[in-house]
Design a protein around this ligand. Structure first.
Ligand SMILES: Nc1nc2c(ncn2[C@@H]2O[C@H](COP(=O)(O)OP(=O)(O)OP(=O)(O)O)[C@@H](O)[C@H]2O)c(=O)[nH]1
Ligand SMILES: [Mg+2]
Length: 264
């Protein structure tokens, strides 16, 4: 999982030899949850599951969650547990901005705390930054409380992907050491019979939407105040101009009267 355009499908195609659609356009690409055909890593059979990213350009986060939750609950009902989860993050992103944080929070609420030990945060696009800058960002991501630190503290790992088969295999090898576990959202839907809208991930999406609405409300008020400030400024400058014009007229009138008196 990971933000749209972070490179999820590219990673999956590279390591599995699949031909899932990728895109370098500004629009989101993957539209459904899709599993690859099984492939071998160190003699073990692996299936990777590709997902659309949250913050899709055409679908809402709730729609994306429904797609992912539908796939996960059906596979859990069919007796399958996930051996691991990859969260892809571009090291080339110069801010761990709202969208990346939101994506990771939703991802965490979907996994649950216990499954974090089966999570690998994969940083990619290392070729897009200098090694020094990449390392600085990686360190910051790992030590800041509002970035990946809390997840790393609970057992998640961070690994680099250099867009080649060796580093992709290295990442899959780490996943293969895990004990397969049910995700929080799978337990909520299959064991607790909750609707997707009642899951922790849906609550997280709703919380994010409310926070976004509040930010927009504050911004709208700020803009309104700014517009009012501009109109007050224009009114007062018009008045000043009027006052200026009338005093000029008054001065001109006085001068003309004085000239008339002196010529009389
Ligand atoms: N330089 C570089 N480019 C990459 C890497 N991984 C992916 N890309 C490029 O990033 C773009 C987006 O890649 P995708 O694999 O389609 O991204 P995605 O996360 O599947 O995107 P969605 O399906 O929209 O969620 C493509 O142009 C890829 O070629 C990488 O490791 N390095
Ligand atoms: Mg994709």
């Amino acid at each position: 999982m990971g933000a749209t355009g972070s490179g999820k499908t590219t990673f999956i195609n590279l390591v599995s030899g699949s031909g899932l659609k990728t895109s370098n356009s500004l629009r989101s690409c993957t539209e459904t949850v899709a599993a690859t055909d099984p492939f071998l890593v160190d003699g073990r059979k692996v299936v990777l599951v590709d997902t659309p990213g949250f913050d899709d350009t055409t679908k809402s986060d709730s729609d994306i969650l429904k797609l992912i939750a539908g796939f996960l609950s059906a596979s859990y009902q069919g007796g399958h547990k996930l051996t691991g989860l990859l969260f892809i993050h571009r090291i080339s992103d110069f801010r761990m901005g709202g969208i990346s944080l939101k994506n990771f929070r939703t991802f965490r609420s979907l996994c649950g705390e216990q499954t974090l030990r089966n999570v690998i945060i994969v940083t990619n696009m290392w070729g897009e930054v200098t090694p020094q800058l990449g390392e600085e960002r990686e360190r910051e991501l790992a030590i800041q409380d509002d970035f990946f630190k809390p997840a790393l503290d609970k057992g998640a790992k961070m690994m680099r992907h250099h867009n080649n088969l060796d580093s992709a295999h290295e990442i899959i090898r780490h996943l293969l050491r895990n004990n397969p576990m049910a995700l929080k959202i799978q337990r909520e839907i299959v064991e607790e019979h909750r609707d997707v809208s009642q899951t922790a991930a849906a609550e997280e999406i709703e919380r994010e939407l409310r926070a976004q609405m509040e930010r927009q409300r504050i911004e709208a008020e700020r803009v309104k105040r700014e517009i009012e400030g501009v109109s007050l400024f224009s009114v007062s400058s018009i008045r000043t101009e009027d006052a200026c014009r009338s005093s000029t007229c008054a001065r001109r009138g006085t001068a003309q009267a004085a000239r008339r008196r002196s010529s009389a």
